[in-house]
Design a protein. Structure first.
Length: 130
């Protein structure tokens, strides 16, 4: 059995890997609506937060050597059932240009790491060279 090397990407200041890849797959950690300075984007607006999080997710996927249309599995974490429709609509808009719908799981959670955050998304994607 051969083993493929595992690549790990870290962002300055983060205590975790932003993404890891191996065996032809890219695993992207949860992305949220935080600006570079750490402030929450779209405070109180799940739709704006979801749009920002999906953009961050797509950037991380591309930085990791894949593309949005190669996302195999999407995980979505939403605070409160009243935000589900807004997040689903944002997800559909985000993937519309790619004519792609990955397998997707949406979980309603009581809170995220910051009490102003309403949405977090992560994914598994197929690497371009796989």
């Amino acid at each position: 059995m051969s083993s493929s090397p595992i690549e790990v990407v870290h962002v300055d200041g983060a205590s975790y890997a932003t993404s890891t890849s191996g065996a032809g797959l890219l695993f992207v950690s949860g992305q949220v609506a935080l600006a570079d300075g750490g402030s929450v984007v779209g405070r109180g607006d799940a739709s704006k937060q979801a749009e920002f999080a999906f953009l961050a997710l797509f950037n991380a996927v591309q930085d990791g050597g894949s593309s949005p249309e190669r996302i195999l599995k999407l995980g979505i974490f939403v605070v409160g059932t009243d935000n589900i429709n807004a997040v689903r609509e944002s997800r559909d808009r985000a993937f519309e240009p790619y004519d792609h719908r990955p397998a997707s799981t949406l979980l309603v959670v009581p809170a995220l790491v910051d009490s102003d955050l309403l949405v977090e998304v992560d994914c598994v994607a197929l690497l371009e060279d796989a």
